[in-house]
Design a binder for this molecule. Structure first.
Ligand SMILES: NC(=O)c1ccc[n+]([C@@H]2O[C@H](COP(=O)([O-])OP(=O)(O)OC[C@H]3O[C@@H](n4cnc5c(N)ncnc54)[C@H](OP(=O)(O)O)[C@@H]3O)[C@@H](O)[C@H]2O)c1
Length: 246
């Protein structure tokens, strides 16, 4: 399969290498293509460096892994080629979520996927940019970055995955029993199938967490962010995560 990786930094570069090792043809992007020389060489002919629009057009499936501050700019460049394609979003918005005193719940944001509580049960939060160098995570955001991305490129088939665990942990756990659970959030069948297939090929165990609203649990401030979970424990950990937002 042809895979385009938009944002080949620490995470995107790692995923690109593993996808090439799994037999895929991969395109990676950077505003500074010289920084991709090692990655391309390591790919032994299966990784090429392209611009964002070119990589988005090249990939049958896309990984979206720029830093969050660049997400909108990257979407604007890739938008046209993303339409109808599966896009695996691995980003985490850098922000804190601060409860709004006395505010009602975030009605109108839609309900969680089947089996999830209503969004009306979730306290209202306002999201503000995180201060540089800080890592305050005060709660589940009222709206995930993933839902924002869907709004920016609604014709893409979005799926959230690979955003909860750092690359060093992924590298340590890759292919080892018990397999590490990778939480998957989407409401698109083809996106779920493609993400699950790639997660398995890369040596992890896909675990479906719910629709786009469930991404709130996995991103910055959510209870699944940075949780290293063995696949046999994923169901209980997801249930615990849901309980924290009641
Ligand atoms: N690193 C991890 O372990 C890890 C794990 C899970 C999730 N994540 C998430 O993955 C995302 C990327 O993290 P990272 O650690 O891989 O970051 P990183 O190493 O800093 O890489 C960031 C990538 O974003 C690209 N980028 C920056 N500004 C851009 C712009 N204006 N237009 C287009 N592309 C731009 C960079 O490309 P240039 O070469 O052009 O600068 C680079 O490829 C973050 O949202 C992070 O939360 C990371």
């Amino acid at each position: 399969m042809r895979i385009g990786v938009i944002g080949a930094g620490q995470l995107g570069g790692t995923l690109a290498t593993w996808c090439a090792e799994s037999g895929h043809e991969v395109a990676v992007t950077s505003r500074h293509p010289d920084r991709l020389t090692d990655l391309v060489e390591h790919g032994e002919g299966h990784i090429r460096a392209l611009t964002i629009p070119e990589a988005a057009a090249f990939g049958e499936v896309l990984f979206f892994a720029p830093n969050w501050e660049s997400a909108r700019e990257a979407i604007d460049l890739a938008h046209d080629a993303m339409a109808g394609k599966v896009v695996i979003d691995a980003t985490n918005p850098a922000r804190v979520s601060v409860p709004i005193e006395g505010a009602p719940g975030p009605g109108g944001l839609g309900s969680f996927a089947p089996g999830f509580p209503s969004a009306l049960d979730v306290p209202a939060f306002v999201c503000v940019p995180d201060a540089p160098g800080t890592n305050r995570e005060l709660g589940v955001p009222a709206r995930s970055g993933f839902e924002e991305l869907i709004g920016w490129a609604p014709d893409a088939h979005w799926v959230k995955a690979f955003n909860t665990i750092s690359t060093d942990v992924l590298d340590r756990r890759r292919g080892h029993d018990p397999l590490l659970a990778e939480f998957v959030c989407t409401d698109q069948r083809d996106a779920r199938e493609a993400a699950c297939r790639i997660i398995q090929e890369l040596g992890f165990a896909p675990f479906f967490a719910g629709g786009p609203e469930a991404a709130r649990l996995t991103e910055t401030g959510g209870p699944l962010q940075r949780r290293e979970v063995d696949v046999q424990d994923a169901k209980d950990v997801l249930a615990e995560a849901l309980a924290t937002i009641h």
